[in-house]
Design a protein around this ligand. Structure first.
Ligand SMILES: *Cc1c(COP(=O)(O)O)cnc(C)c1O
Length: 381
């Protein structure tokens, strides 16, 4: 209802859409710990909720806000980003052909290659930043899902969501987009033609590095979505009520946090590009970055808070730089208020396409000068 009023994302997030509690007048939504709900005397469940694996009222606050921000018709929360992503693949049939990016979140790539393949999905990893490569890989009638991530971890590869949605639909395939890094503040994949958008809500949506959660939003409540929805309660990867509450609380400042992190990342990318110990900066906001024009078209208001640097001197120099930072935290994950830095090849292992001299940076909300000075000192040794 609220999105029909034409509210901006800042307004939607600050307001939450949840409304005031009818009994107490509380303006902040409550936590709903009950696992079960009373059946009416006439043997119906007129109030909606039956059992919390499917229906906790506390899930609705974050799910409805995310659906409004993404411009979709329904959102679902999951116990993690992996639970959300795998619910989509588990809605396919054995034998279905799936296109996924060569550069993508490593744990999902590994799950697709190890587990989804064993269960009969034909997984093909394609350079999804190359439209001709996607077009050539699509098999009309056989390809049922194209999975994108843009910007994609940890090289921040940009895929053209609108063009790939058109190609996928022509071939009879759905398009799902992992939009964890862009967030609905910068990109709204459903409005570019995607069918489903996925988030690791652990990252920017929650934003405070204290909840593991995932989410999906759909453009349409069709039969495929019904199967995805069935995988939430059926596989059972549901979020706890306290985590759902923390998530909606974090989301209320999402627009501010994402814009601040994006502005900081752009400044750092520009300054690090001139640093004598930096061999390359990977950031979609830099004019010489591959597909920068696509990023500028499909990302509004910033290019995200994630960038990577390749350190002069190779792997040893990169690891040594990471060892010397004091303000940046050496840790995996992203999208929190505190800036994180990680030698990415160490976590992804030998099958990864990530160069060994690469440090991944998640820019938080600290002053950019402090972040730059700490990195500058660490790079100089
Ligand atoms: C973290 C992450 C995931 C996985 O999410 P979890 O919440 O850790 O399960 C998926 N995609 C991207 C882009 C991520 O950064």
């Amino acid at each position: 209802m609220a999105e029909r009023r034409g509210w901006a994302p800042e307004t939607l997030a600050a307001h939450t859409l949840a409304g005031v509690d009818a009994t107490s007048g509380a303006i902040v939504p409550g936590i709903a710990p009950s696992t079960t709900y009373q059946r009416d005397a006439d043997n119906n469940y007129r109030r909606g909720a039956i059992y919390s694996r499917a229906d906790n009222p506390g899930y609705k606050v974050a799910a409805e806000l995310l659906a409004a921000l993404e411009g979709g018709v329904e959102g679902l929360l999951f116990a993690s980003g992996m639970a959300a992503a795998t619910a989509v693949f588990l809605a396919l049939e054995p034998g279905d052909h799936v296109i996924a990016p060569q550069v993508m979140y490593w744990a999902l790539r590994r799950w697709l290659q190890d587990t989804a393949s064993r269960w009969g999905l034909e997984i093909e990893l394609v350079a999804c930043d190359d439209l001709a490569a996607v077009a050539a890989a699509l098999r009309p009638g056989k390809t049922k899902l194209v999975w994108l991530e843009s910007p994609a971890n940890p090289l921040w590869t940009i895929s053209d969501i609108e063009a790939i949605a058109a190609l996928a639909h022509q071939a009879g395939a759905r398009l799902a987009v992992d939009s964890t890094v862009a967030t609905p503040i910068l990109t709204r994949p459903l409005l570019l033609g995607a069918d489903i958008v996925m988030h690791s809500a652990t990252k920017y949506l929650n934003g405070h590095s204290d909840v593991v959660a995932g989410a999906l939003v759909t453009a349409e409540k069709d039969a495929f979505w019904a199967r995805v929805r069935g995988n939430l309660s059926g596989v059972g990867g549901v979020l706890g009520p306290f985590e759902a509450w923390l998530l909606q609380r974090g989301m209320r400042t999402l627009p501010l946090r994402v814009k601040a992190a994006s502005a900081g990342a752009l400044q750092l990318a520009q300054r690090l590009g001139r640093h004598p110990h930096v061999a390359a900066v990977l950031y979609p906001g830099l004019p010489n970055f591959p597909n920068h024009a696509v990023a500028a078209r499909q990302m509004q208001g910033g290019f995200g808070g994630m960038l990577s640097i390749r350190v002069q001197g190779g792997e040893a120099a990169a690891v040594a730089t990471a060892a010397r930072v004091e303000l940046w935290q050496r840790a995996t994950s992203l999208g929190g208020v505190e800036s994180l830095l990680e030698h990415r090849a160490s976590i992804e292992g030998p099958a990864s396409p990530v160069p060994s001299d690469l440090l991944r940076l998640s820019v938080g909300l600290e002053a950019v000068d402090d972040l730059y000075d700490d990195l500058d000192r660490a790079l100089r040794g």
